[in-house]
Design a protein. Structure first.
Length: 434
């Protein structure tokens, strides 16, 4: 399929408008970016940009033979119509959030991801449907301003669909929470990767991964390896990918989730709440940032991430400066010093080359909830080796000695695992605990 040719445009209230992110988003959605236009001024109620700038935009569309204009902002229904009226016939007008929803729709593979995309699309459409209803009732002109025919039942249909999707997502979330608790009961610590899209989370996941995926794409056979992608494009990971991480003693499951993107409205973040639950309910969060970006950009992203994470998250957060292969030592030190209030004691790594990943593994183990030390003397019975094997699977055995008719085990494990080990030992016989 031929790529659509797009002009990307952005307005800033003051200062220069940075078009790099919206251009990356457009390319991620499959557009060929053939031109850029920016303006520094307050928003115009009718055209979003100034009317003269829209005329300039129309000329650029004609000159570059573009099919589409992508605006880095949220356009009202009337603004979309007014801009479209100025452009050559057939030119599509897409705003930032329509573009993001398009990308999400392309990436959604699982039922959960598809439901979340549909929910976000409906939440985006609802105020527009309400605007059509209000306009029709006031002016008695259903097709006024190019908003389309008013269907009085559409608003109620959207609300009903939203309610149905939320119920299904809640059901999926309940199952995922049960699975998380089962994993904890099996001795696993849950670590989540969070951060902006293209920070290198998927590459870091692959670097830390110890084996095949633990949590497979629900549409795949469980023996297939559905690994997280690590391409240099936005939103390659929309759903969650969970893999066992090799960090040392601990049994760690590491989950990569959809990346944040700047200037997301609350309704869009809320639509992906069930995906973010894997972050909110983790035992530890690794907040990954791209160390090669300008310090002010990193600062803005850290603030946004903290606002999102601290709203519901109770786990400790470790900031990971990734992509240090692109940054000199002096520059990295300056950035760490400038961001120390937002990122105290960060870990600097390269997911691409593996530099300092061992240090990150050690930090993961140090930040996770502490284990307890235990010493058990197990009598030799028909079931003793089954208990020994279970303790090996759920903790870290420091000492294992066979003495006459007993087995001595010294190990570390999560407190609830220690209690279960004691119970299993007691079931063998009158076990001795030293």
């Amino acid at each position: 399929m031929t790529e659509k040719r797009a002009i990307v445009a952005k307005r800033a209230d003051f200062g220069a408008a940075d078009l790099s992110e919206i251009a990356d988003l457009a390319r991620s959605a499959g557009y060929e970016v053939v031109g850029e236009l920016s303006q520094s001024r307050e928003e115009d109620a009718a055209y979003y940009f100034g009317e003269g700038k829209v005329d300039e935009l129309a000329a650029l569309v004609a000159e570059r033979d573009a099919d589409c204009v992508i605006v880095d902002g949220r356009l009202g229904a009337y603004q979309t119509y007014n801009i479209g009226q100025k452009l050559p016939d057939g030119t599509e007008v897409v705003d930032r959030f329509t573009l993001i929803l398009d990308i999400f729709g392309q990436r959604a593979q699982t039922r959960k991801a598809q439901l979340q995309v549909e929910l976000a699309e409906l939440r985006y459409e609802l105020p527009r449907a309400e605007a059509k209803a209000s306009l029709a009732k006031r002016d008695e002109r259903p097709g006024f301003m190019g908003l389309g025919e008013y269907d009085e039942s559409r608003e109620q249909d959207i609300k009903a669909q939203i309610a149905n999707i939320k119920r299904e997502l809640d059901s999926i979330a309940d199952k995922e929470e049960t699975r998380r608790e089962q994993r904890r009961e099996s001795g696993f610590d849950l670590v989540a990767l969070a951060g902006y899209t293209n920070a290198g989370k998927s590459t870091l996941l692959r670097r830390l991964a110890a084996d095949l995926d633990v949590e497979q794409n629900e549409d795949l056979h469980p023996d297939l390896d559905a690994t997280a992608e690590s391409e240099d494009r936005l939103f390659t990971t929309l759903g969650t990918t969970t893999r066992r991480a090799d960090t040392g003693k601990r049994n760690v499951l590491l989950t990569d989730t959809v990346g944040f993107v700047s200037d997301l409205p609350h309704w869009l973040v809320e639509s992906f709440r069930s995906t973010l639950d894997s972050v909110y309910r983790a035992d530890l969060v690794l907040l990954v940032v791209d160390a090669s970006e300008p310090v002010e950009e990193i600062r803005e992203k850290l603030v946004t991430c903290h606002d999102t994470l601290y709203e519901r998250n109770e786990a400790p957060i470790v900031t990971v400066f990734n992509k240090i292969d692109k940054v000199g030592d002096e520059e990295l030190a300056e950035k760490e010093a400038a961001l120390t209030a937002l990122a105290p004691s960060p870990v600097a790594v390269s997911g691409l080359t593996g530099e300092n990943v061992d240090e990150l593994s050690a930090r993961i183990e140090a930040e996770l909830p502490p284990w307890r030390e235990e010493r058990l003397m197990l009598p030799m019975t028909d079931d003793t080796m089954r208990v020994v094997s279970w303790i090996h699977d759920h903790g870290h055995v420091e000492r294992e000695e066979y003495e006459n008719d007993h087995v001595l085990l010294e190990f570390e494990a999560k407190p609830d695992v220690v209690e279960k080990a004691r119970s299993k030992a007691a079931d063998l016989a009158p076990a001795e605990s030293a």
